[in-house]
Design a protein around this ligand. Structure first.
Ligand code: G4P
Length: 525
């Protein structure tokens, strides 16, 4: 590719994740987006996979035909001149540190909220990671075809709970059975849920914001309410501020209904006007890597173990940060400084197979891995050593005591644990006094993968004893007195020998803070 072609290709990439609490409608929206992109032809396909209603063979057949892997973690399609990569952030039982790390590989995020419920715990956690990265965050208030909370109330909650300014791009006119449409402040039109003429669902607005010509909603209470609410927002709300949006300090808010596909296309079109192209990435050794640097570089943000015992391979997901990837190219693995040929690669491509041979900055590639890669690894071409900034560690919330079932097999047990911990599959802690192993994770699945891989890759059967949910808080070693520990705040140390308490619950933490007001407790991310 010439530099000009590279620039064109990179500048059309839009790589983002959809974050939400389970059941807010992420799958439904993703499916609508794929429909617009022509990747799936029928609504219900992604959904059917999720609920397991779709015969697996049919599904694989679709993947083969379309040349993409929708079941996988990355979905790619073209829309209005842009190449879109959507990275999946699994919820439910699949939730894990990988979910968080995936957010390290995107340039923006879309937060989907169930408008009857508002901000839910998982949305909040994922939001905080995006906020920490300072990437633009867009909000889709979903399910307005059902009775929803007051839109002002929803915006208020976003501002107060998440600490980000809101700017409503559009405004709902009613909700539930009385959901009449959306007043689109940005595109200067009203979209009707039930237009008289199906081919013409929009009412254009004049310069004063009034409907040009006849307004079928003019006498509806919902219309008047929407106008009153918007007036409030105009007077007391925030101004649209592109700089703040780019820095993740203001979120443009859209209202709609994914299920009835109302407001989703407008959302996508408008979103693409704000969403950033691939951004620079910080390195530890030499400033920022720019996406248009001709040398290839990228980092591993996720390793997916194959749960099928007959296929021991795993896939290492790489975010390309600069240059262009070509199948069969040789790269340097920064950690070992050894060359590796990238021949066995999965890409997550749209509806043709033509593109499969290369990918550019902003794209994600999946490398078949037999144990070469670790989470956070940097790879690059060229003479300049590139080491991307370390991926953050996340505060685990679930804990398990772990021991080897067979005491004679301690060696493989230790080897397995050490490697899996290094790889980032789980986090390791040790009891402060006894040195017993305690594993920490953000999602249950991490333990299951750990157990499975210990057995299959290290031939070590493990016994796991759940300790349940805990709040991990680090404490300055100088302030530590072992007597502070109790069954409600267990004292452990992390792999760097730093002490921390695992609090049973918020109550136990508050109790501790009252008892030791001078002791400083800190959380990681
Ligand atoms: P998730 O991926 O975030 O977990 O959510 P998902 O899209 O699976 O949606 C969760 C449920 O909410 C589904 O209902 C889905 O149909 C519904 N839903 C999503 N968007 C909307 C919307 O805009 N309006 C309404 N009314 N419902 C919506 P379900 O009963 O769990 O599944 P199903 O039986 O409908 O398939």
């Amino acid at each position: 590719m010439s530099p000009k072609q590279l620039a064109e290709a990179v500048n059309k990439r839009r790589t983002f994740a959809i974050i939400s609490h389970p059941d807010a409608g992420k799958t439904t929206i993703t499916e609508q987006l794929l429909l617009f992109g022509g990747v799936v032809r029928e609504a219900g396909t992604v959904k059917a996979r999720k609920t397991g209603n779709f015969a697996k063979s049919d599904w694989m057949e679709i993947e083969k035909k379309r040349g993409i892997s929708v079941t996988s973690s990355v979905m790619q399609f073209d829309f209005q001149g842009k190449r879109i990569n959507i990275l999946d952030t699994p919820g439910h039982e699949d939730f894990s540190e990988d979910t968080y790390r995936t957010l390290m590989a995107v340039d923006s995020a879309v937060m989907v909220i169930d408008s009857a419920k508002g901000i839910e715990p998982q949305t909040k956690k994922l939001f905080q990671i995006c906020k920490m990265r300072g990437i633009p965050i867009f909000t889709f208030m979903n399910k307005f075809d059902r009775d929803a909370r007051d839109p002002l109330d929803l915006l208020n909650e976003v501002e107060e709970t998440l600490g980000i300014e809101t700017y409503p791009i559009n405004w709902p006119i009613g909700s539930g059975r009385q959901f009449k449409g959306i007043y689109d402040r940005f595109n200067r039109r009203v979209a009707l849920t039930h237009p008289a003429d199906e081919d013409n669902p929009y009412l254009p607005l004049d310069d004063d914001g009034n409907v040009k010509g006849d307004n079928p909603l003019a006498n509806d209470g919902e219309w008047q309410d929407a106008l009153d609410e918007m007036e409030l927002v105009d007077v007391a709300g925030n101004q649209l501020d592109r700089e703040k949006i780019a820095a993740g300090d203001q979120t443009p808010v859209f209202f709609g209904s994914a299920l009835t596909n109302f407001g989703v296309q407008t959302f996508l079109e408008t979103y693409l006007q704000f969403a950033p192209a691939p951004s620079d990435h910080h390195t530890e050794n030499d400033g920022d890597v720019k996406p248009l640097d001709p040398e290839f570089s990228g980092f591993v943000f996720k390793i997916q173990a194959n749960m099928n015992p007959r296929h021991r391979d795993r896939i290492a997901f790489v975010r390309i940060c600069s240059g262009e990837f070509d199948r069969g190219m040789d790269v340097t693995l920064e950690r070992t400084k050894k060359p590796i040929r990238l021949s066995n690669v999965t890409e997550f491509m749209a509806d043709t197979r033509e593109n499969v041979e290369n990918a550019v900055a902003g794209d994600i590639i999946g490398l078949y891995d037999t144990g070469n890669f670790q989470i956070g690894d940097s790879i690059y071409t060229g003479k300049k050593d590139i080491k991307f900034e370390k991926l953050p560690q996340f505060t685990p919330e679930l804990f398990m005591r772990v021991t080897a079932k067979n005491v004679m097999k301690q060696k493989s047990f230790h080897k397995g644990i050490n490697q899996l911990v290094q790889e980032g599959a789980v986090q390791l802690f040790r009891s402060y006094t006894s040195g017993d192993y305690i594993l920490g994770a953000v999602g249950q699945l991490q333990f299951e993968v750990f157990k499975f891989r210990m057995q299959n890759e290290y031939n070590s059967e493990v016994v796991m004893e759940p300790m349940g949910n805990k709040t991990a808080r680090w404490i300055d070693p100088d302030q530590l007195d072992e007597k502070m520990s109790s069954s409600r705040n267990i004292l452990v140390k992390d792999i760097h020998d730093q002490p921390l308490f695992l609090f049973e619950n918020q109550f136990a933490e508050n109790w501790f803070k009252q008892k030791y007001p001078d002791v400083k407790l800190t959380a990681k991310l």
